[in-house]
Design a protein. Structure first.
Ligand SMILES: Cc1ncc(COP(=O)(O)O)c(C=O)c1O
Length: 411
């Protein structure tokens, strides 16, 4: 089992106080805190190895390139991809989904096609498809979410058809924490020759994820939500699909050759090999190295242990929150179908009021609609407050949170 008290010692920010109260950080679904090992790895890179990658023959560039490639390999092993060719470093989940929408969607979707998206999605898995549909003329078809917060699989199976070219769904909802059966979704999608894009922003940091077992075509995730730095994330894609796709952005690094043909008065261009074909320009080298260190940290803990720890905390918090008469938890409360994310409201108060009150006591929670407005609409909500856990959270923090919630109820 994981020892959160020991883990906490690695997180310098948890030693900070706000208004003289120790920080209780329950906004992990938005971004996680960083252990000293990740901070050190970034510092060490800049102090000892900094250079541009894949461009020079000198020692520093060789070292930086090796580290950057090793980071791709580490990410590939973490999700059981076949190799670093299937791992494209991007800014985060948002950029990864946009990459698929533009590189794959622009060239493969026409007006008679359909893209299936669930109503549980973060806006970053809705807006790119809506934007592209305006250019390419295809239909975005939405799969319902039941009132209990679970995906409506019957509705999905009704809506998928030969017109469907890609199914885009989150692995775990960032609002309710509900885990979707993406293996089942991918199986059905493949029966219709459609691809599957899984938004793993809330699953990869918290559960073991194996792309080979799930048999999904694309997986996206963000480094900053899994102990890594901001500005780095991953697009996983099956090699043969990535090979067949056009590049996302043009520039240095993503080409093997650009040669001017004097007769045609044009440049002929040959793409670089995977994954560099999709990484135009100078990449976020130190971000990649920070992400590699974050992955190593999570692997030392073990993803099964991360999942189990969050399940214990979630069960405990749900049980304690039930003692608060004016507090309502939205979505399912059964921890076998959800991750460590709990959206809630306090009768008579806006989510921002609740979050501000908690902040006075050093307790950080999210408020608003968490970039998941359609799901809030399904629950009949304008907004919600949200607590979300990670490896360094402990029961005592939940006890303190409940004490303050009870104070809020007196308002
Ligand atoms: C499910 C989900 N998808 C996508 C995103 C967007 O991630 P990023 O802002 O790192 O690109 C988030 C961020 O909260 C998320 O929770």
């Amino acid at each position: 089992m994981l020892d959160p008290y020991k883990i906490r010692e690695d997180f310098p920010i948890l030693k900070r106080k706000i208004n003289n109260y120790p920080i209780i950080y329950f906004d992990n679904a938005a971004t996680s805190q960083k252990p000293k090992q990740v901070i050190e790895a970034i510092k060490n890179f800049y102090e000892n190895h900094n250079a541009n990658v894949h461009r020079a023959v000198h020692t520093l560039s060789q070292e930086a390139s090796e580290l950057y490639e090793e980071a791709h390999e580490e990410a590939a092993r973490f999700i059981n991809a076949k190799g670093m060719e299937e791992i494209i470093f991007v800014r985060g989940t948002t950029e990864a989904i946009n990459l698929v929408a533009y590189s794959w969607g622009c060239h493969n979707l026409t007006k008679d096609d359909e893209v299936i998206v669930s109503l549980m999605e973060h806006h970053s898995n809705i807006v790119p498809w809506e934007l592209l549909s305006r250019v390419r003329g295809f239909n975005v078809v939405y799969v319902n979410v039941k009132k209990n917060g679970k995906l409506d699989y019957a509705d999905f199976e009704n809506k998928i058809s030969k017109k469907t070219k890609i199914v885009c769904v989150s692995h775990v909802s960032n609002m309710s924490g509900v885990i979707n059966d993406v293996k089942r979704i991918a199986k059905v999608a493949h029966e219709y020759n459609a691809l599957t894009l899984v938004d793993g922003a809330q699953s990869v940091p918290h559960l073991p994820v194996d792309v080979n077992d799930l048999d999904i075509d694309f997986l996206t995730f963000s480094g900053h939500k899994m102990l890594g730095p901001t500005g780095i994330g991953v697009l996983y894609g099956k090699r043969e699909i990535l090979e067949s796709m056009e590049p996302f952005q043009g520039g240095g690094e993503m080409i093997r050759e650009v040669s001017f043909n004097a007769t045609k008065k044009r440049c002929s261009i040959a793409w670089n090999i995977l994954p560099w074909k999709f990484e135009a320009g100078t990449p976020n080298v130190c971000g990649g190295i920070g992400l590699m260190e974050a992955i190593k940290y999570l692997k030392r803990i073990g993803m099964e242990n991360v999942k189990a720890h969050e399940e214990i905390l979630t069960k405990y918090a749900i049980q304690k929150m039930a003692e608060c008469k004016k507090v309502e938890i939205y979505g399912p409360k059964d921890t076998s179908v959800k991750c460590g994310i709990i959206p809630f409201g306090v009768e008579g108060l806006s989510s921002h009021d609740v979050a501000l009150f908690l902040d006075n006591y050093g307790i950080m929670v999210r408020s608003g609609f968490h970039c998941a407005q359609p799901l809030h609409e399904i629950f009949g909500l304008k907004s919600s407050a949200r607590i979300s856990f990670y490896v360094y959270n402990i029961r005592e923090e939940i006890d303190r949170f409940i004490e303050v919630l009870k104070e809020i109820e007196q308002i």
